[in-house]
Design a protein around this ligand. Structure first.
Ligand code: ZN
Length: 129
């Protein structure tokens, strides 16, 4: 069963989508399986990281900017190669174990849609199996 969600990403940020993933799992009725979260975009990604201290997301964004800055020698005409790099570094999907109808996540973990080329209207999918 596949669920589609829309997201309005106004700025470069990590958008917490844990609630949508929990909702998709709940609606699917699957109690023992896998949920795959997939982002069909080339300048956005999916990751699992800390959701307790917002400074962690701030630091992740800072580190990604430092690791993948815009460069004058990039050739891609759209001018967003830095966003493509960040998206590839994080990847376009995450898989989450489902046990007893709930996602198996660590206490401090959240699932994030990572926007690197805002503003964009985005889509992501949750496949529950
Ligand atoms: Zn591009």
């Amino acid at each position: 069963m596949i669920f589609e969600y829309k997201l309005s990403a106004g700025k470069t940020d990590f958008y917490n989508i844990t609630a949508q993933v929990r909702e998709a799992i709940s609606k699917s009725g699957v109690t023992d399986g896998i949920a795959m979260v997939f982002c069909p975009h080339t300048t956005a990604g999916i990751t699992i990281n800390e959701n307790a201290d917002p400074d962690v997301v701030y630091d992740l964004l800072l580190g990604l900017e430092k690791a993948f800055p815009d460069r004058p020698d990039f050739r891609h005409g759209e001018g967003n190669s830095s966003a493509h790099l960040k998206a590839s570094a994080l990847g376009s999907s995450a898989s989450i174990i489902i046990e007893k109808g709930k996602p198996v996540l660590g206490t401090w973990q959240g699932i994030y849609f990572c926007e690197f080329d805002p503003p964009r209207n985005r889509t992501f999918f949750v496949k529950v199996m």
